[in-house]
Write a protein that binds this ligand. Structure first.
Ligand SMILES: Cc1cc2nc3c(=O)[nH]c(=O)nc-3n(C[C@H](O)[C@H](O)[C@H](O)COP(=O)(O)O)c2cc1C
Length: 350
């Protein structure tokens, strides 16, 4: 694909993501957390830092993969990096394929490391990329981890999509064996099943981002880019973020779970943590806020977001992330049915 087409596609994705971001009721609203009337901790005793084998997040929140590869993306990446720095949260860049093909596109990504020299930064590639290029993608940003996105529905719906999938798993394994930062296998908003997570764990990967349905919807975005807009029947394809977390919970695999997809407020974020995520990623929500309010207001808003996650932790009497895992919750009848049916076929891996 030529570079101008790639850059145009990136801008279309940004605009369509802003225009089609889903705000209606999601599965987050179908989970009720159980309130504790007599907390035994004070708010200033709460420490929600997330410890992973390779790094520690000060707060269990990160800006997830979005952009790079166009002029508009450069500006957005710079602003997102400023937000990540000011809020002391990690950040992932969007797919670096454009920079791997065209050196002129590199600065749209390196601007992130320039703006946030000491931050935890994730690079991002697709599952089809040769490992030599994956290495370059890491070097470009001096990245702390490599996200490999798995986006089959997006590729199949997008008019110019790449539909060669047969080597994805072996290629992911080859990348992982040839790089020295951890790999995060990441969905792009279609969620992950227990079977997928098991497959990923079986090849020795330690991190997944289950990125589920509920916010940015690439089935809708790519359908909008089709001349006939004829694939709307896939608009609700995939598992929601909550369903994906329930899948992971039923599997009970020894793997680090990152959650993203439709997180719109601190309560959604805490619900994801209660259901087993170790950190929560924001894409569409923060992009929209930034677009509407600018960088300074977004920084203030995100600081409040983090602060309010601590408020909710206090209400749940949770002083650290591990306490959130034992918080009580009730699922709506349809989510409970989902769990009942899936528990019959998901075999706990440990
Ligand atoms: C404009 C835009 C571009 C995106 N580009 C990428 C990408 O290049 N690589 C990737 O792994 N995910 C990409 N994503 C997907 C997000 O990282 C995330 O998985 C998805 O948007 C669901 O989260 P959300 O509902 O909080 O937006 C993109 C999302 C948006 C909004």
């Amino acid at each position: 694909m030529d570079d101008s087409l790639r850059s145009r596609r990136k801008n279309e994705h940004i605009q369509l993501a802003l225009d089609t971001y889903q705000t209606a009721g999601t599965d987050f609203d179908k989970v009720q957390l159980i309130h504790q009337s007599i907390p035994s901790i004070n708010k200033n005793q709460i420490d929600l830092s997330a410890r992973f084998p390779h790094f520690t997040f000060k707060y269990p929140l990160y800006i997830n993969a979005m952009t790079g590869g166009s002029e508009r993306a450069t500006e957005i990446n710079k602003q997102l990096a400023q937000i990540a720095k000011a809020c002391e949260i990690p950040m992932a860049v969007g797919s670096t394929h454009s920079a791997l093909k065209d050196p002129n596109a590199a600065s749209s990504f390196t601007i992130v490391r320039d703006a946030h020299p000491d931050g935890i930064i994730f690079s991002n590639v697709g599952a089809d990329i040769p490992y030599e290029k994956a290495k370059k993608s890491i070097e470009l940003l001096n990245a702390d981890a490599l996200q490999i996105h798995v986006n089959a529905p997006q590729e199949l719906i997008m008019p110019e999509g790449d539909t060669q999938f047969e080597n994805w798993l072996t290629n992911i394994q080859e990348i992982q064996e040839n790089i020295d930062v951890p790999v995060i296998i990441k969905e792009v908003g279609f969620g992950m099943s227990a079977e997928t997570i098991q497959k990923i764990k079986d090849i020795g990967i330690q991190y997944v981002d289950i990125s589920g349905r509920g916010g940015t919807n690439f089935a809708i975005i790519e359908n909008e880019r089709r001349p006939l807009k004829d694939m709307a029947f896939l608009n609700q394809w995939g598992q929601s973020t909550i369903q994906s977390l329930l899948e992971a919970k039923l599997l009970n695999a020894d793997i680090n779970i990152l959650a993203s997809g439709g997180v719109k407020n601190p309560l959604d974020a805490i619900k994801a943590l209660v259901l087993g995520a170790q950190a929560v990623g924001l894409s569409g929500y923060i992009l929209k806020y930034l677009e509407e309010s600018g960088v300074d207001e977004t920084i203030e808003h995100m600081k409040q977001f983090i602060e309010q996650m601590h408020v909710i932790a206090n209400l749940l009497n949770a002083s650290q992330l591990s306490d959130l895992k034992s918080v009580g919750y009730v699922l709506s009848p349809d989510l409970q049915t989902y769990v009942d049916q899936r528990s019959k076929v998901i075999h706990r891996s440990n």
